[in-house]
Design a protein around this ligand. Structure first.
Ligand SMILES: [Cu+2]
Length: 133
C-alpha cells in the first residue's frame, strides 16, 4: 500500500512541476486578466486592499504591496468552477471554497516587509504570491 501511495505522490509532483515549468510560461489570453500590478493594490483610509481574480488560476500571479499597514485581500470569482475556487492561504489560516461568483475578503493583518503571502488552490496547481516591500 505505502509504495503505491508514494508512486502516486511522485507522479503528482511530476505533473505539478511540469505545469509550473511549461504551463507557467503561457500568458493569459484575455485582456482583462493581464492586469497591471498597480491596479490590483489600492490604499483606502489607511487600509491596503489587494485584489486577485480567481479563475483558471490567479491573476495577477505576483503582486507587490506595502508591508507594515493593515491589509485585506479581496479574491474575486466570476463563474469560477475550477479548483482555483478552492483557496488556501496558509499564513493566515484561511482555507475555503469560494463562491462561484463573488468577492471574498481575507484579512491579512499587518504583513511584515520581506515576508511574502502565498495562496494556493486546494490541489496545489495554481498559486499566487504577494510580496511586501
Ligand atoms: Cu487546483
Amino acid at each position: 500500500m505505502n509504495k503505491i501511495v508514494l508512486i502516486i505522490i511522485t507522479l503528482g509532483l511530476v505533473v505539478v512541476l511540469g505545469i509550473v515549468f511549461w504551463g507557467g510560461g503561457s500568458k493569459p489570453q484575455t485582456g482583462e486578466n493581464v492586469a497591471d500590478e498597480g491596479q490590483s493594490v489600492e490604499i483606502k483610509n489607511g487600509v491596503q486592499y489587494i485584489t486577485i481574480d480567481a479563475k483558471g488560476g490567479y491573476f495577477p500571479k505576483v503582486v507587490t504591496a506595502q508591508g507594515g499597514i493593515p491589509t485585506k485581500l479581496i479574491v474575486k470569482t466570476n463563474g469560477t468552477f475550477d479548483c482555483s475556487a478552492s483557496l488556501v492561504v496558509r499564513s493566515v489560516g484561511f482555507q475555503k471554497i469560494l463562491p462561484p461568483t463573488g468577492e471574498t475578503e481575507i484579512d491579512l493583518g499587518i504583513p511584515k516587509s520581506g515576508e511574502p503571502v502565498v495562496g494556493v488552490c486546494g490541489m496545489g496547481m495554481y498559486n499566487f504570491q504577494i510580496n511586501f516591500s
